[in-house]
Design a protein around this ligand. Structure first.
Ligand code: 5AD
Ligand code: SF4
Length: 464
């Protein structure tokens, strides 16, 4: 395609696909909002679109491959009409050179440059090939109202961007930059707006929500914080942020993800237990049960410390569900290390988890300095073992719900049966049940009758 033929004056329709984590889904809403406010039109139809955006992720090689395959599949569109392809998100940072050498891609834009998207697209339409990536210490998109689909009940809201933890395997600190916390006033304001618009649940997002910290300003002090924190030292940490949100928006369900075991404080656990509108679920990635491997990963906690944190959570919030991320086959992991992961899983019996085998990411410490010395077939074998074990643990946890009554927020129609709703309980477990006369957005009481490893099934009962 000759980009010069692009008709700059015609209506421009963009199509966007997002890959990877919840943070990317949340970023998608920011990108859509920026483009809609700058004269572009959103379409879900590839045939109509003349701008195709892939919001990418580079955390594991599998995701990266999926995006590249998708691009190959979409290639035919370039033969049919003048069309621009843009790569947004993490992959644009780590792969900018390869992409710019690639004839298919017109521009790449990193996660801190989204405000520049309209001007970059316009330059691209004139035939320029652009890669715009910078890492900002300030950019949090506070002043952008994310685009959210109508009739949705749950929303994501980013409270921090980037990460300072430098786990040796992780590309995030390089693609998303250093950690920045967002002004708590803008977070509370956005949550209130969401509630007014009919949202019933918000998930606060950050790579490491527990390290959220805001040093405040006089202006903030004058607003709501002083009356709640009379000891106000101008610092709002994650526990205070949660506390404020739970008080200010009492009928909104609040979730958060992800917690780093190293940073999770007692105060956070106590705040979760204190407020009924803060959900009783903690996603607490452990990565490995072996101290040797945790050290090589630079995870900054030991197996013992992790397990005592779990104990603390369970003693303060007995009903709290816990999920994990675990990685198999990290550098130097031997069978003994793997067995320590298995024994840790047996000790915790997580409700559910996300499991991966290690994939070295160019630019990370482990890629540069450690040997990826666990053969692929062993990585896969260990991964299958922990997946099977987690399945057993999930079943063990799900069984406990039989006969119990759960408070469920209805989110939508069950994918498998249009006569059923699906929703979640406070522990983030999916529950499906017959629709009766219930409506999306209602909170209903469901008696649990059956289960699989991932879903509970029940029937609605009257409130007592
Ligand atoms: N290889 C495999 N898994 C990874 N994760 C992060 N980086 C890698 C990598 N290089 C996993 C971790 C993290 C989750 C979001 O993705 O388990 O918690
Ligand atoms: Fe990556 Fe570690 Fe930060 Fe999570 S905490 S985003 S794994 S560096």
């Amino acid at each position: 395609m000759n980009e010069k033929k692009f008709n700059v004056l015609k209506k421009n329709f963009f199509y966007i696909e997002s890959y990877g984590c919840q943070m990317n889904i949340s970023d998608n809403e920011i990108v859509i909002s920026i483009l809609l406010n700058n004269g572009f039109f959103l379409t879900e139809n590839l045939k109509i679109a003349n701008i195709i955006l892939l919001n990418s992720c580079s955390i594991r090689s599998k995701v990266e491959l999926a995006i590249k395959n998708r691009l190959q599949k979409l290639k035919y569109l370039k033969k049919e009409k003048p069309i621009l392809f843009g790569i947004l998100g993490c992959l644009s940072n780590s792969m900018k050179k390869n992409f710019l050498d690639n004839n298919l891609i017109n521009f790449t834009i990193g996660p801190d440059s989204y405000k520049k998207i309209p001007s970059i697209i316009r330059l691209s339409m004139k035939g320029e090939k652009i890669s715009h990536i910078f890492s900002s210490k300030k950019e949090t998109y506070n002043n952008i109202k994310p685009f959210r689909k109508k009739n949705k009940i749950t929303a994501f809201l980013s409270i921090t961007r980037g990460c300072d933890n430098m786990c040796t395997f992780c590309i995030v600190p390089f693609t998303r930059g250093r950690e920045i916390s967002r002004d708590p006033y803008s977070i509370i304001k956005e949550c209130k707006t969401l509630y007014k618009k009919g949202f019933k649940e918000v998930t606060l997002l950050g790579q490491n929500v527990d390290s959220y910290v805001w040093f405040g300003s006089d202006e903030l002090k004058k607003r709501i914080y002083k009356k709640i924190y009379t000891e106000n030292k101008k610092i709002i940490d994650f526990s205070k942020l949660l506390d404020l949100l739970a008080i200010e928006i009492p009928f909104m369900r609040i979730r958060f993800s992800t917690s780093n075991p190293h940073d999770m404080s007692n105060k956070v656990i106590e705040v979760i237990s204190k407020h009924s509108n803060i959900c009783k679920h903690i996603h607490l990635p452990v990565q490995s049960g072996s101290d040797k491997i945790l050290k090589l990963m630079n995870r900054k906690y030991t197996r013992k410390q992790y397990l005592s944190l779990i104990q603390k959570i369970k003693s303060i919030i007995p009903e709290c569900s816990i999920s994990h991320d675990i990685m198999t086959g990290f550098c130097n992991e031997d069978e003994k290390d793997h067995q320590e992961t298995i024994s840790l899983m047996n000790e915790v019996k997580y409700n559910y988890g996300y499991m991966f085998s290690y994939s070295p990411r160019p630019g990370t410490y482990s890629y540069n300095k450690l040997k990826d010395n666990v053969p692929e077939f062993i990585k896969k074998k260990r991964l299958q073992e922990i997946i099977d074990l987690q399945r057993n643990h999930s079943i063990f946890q799900m069984k406990k719900y039989i006969g119990k009554i759960q408070e469920v927020l209805i989110e939508g129609e069950s994918k498998k049966n249009n006569q059923y709703w699906y929703g979640k309980n406070t522990q983030n477990i999916v529950i499906v049940f017959p629709k009766k006369t219930y409506k999306i957005g209602e909170t209903v009481f469901i008696k649990i009758m059956d289960y699989t490893s991932a879903t509970l099934m029940g029937i609605g009962i009257e409130k007592k």
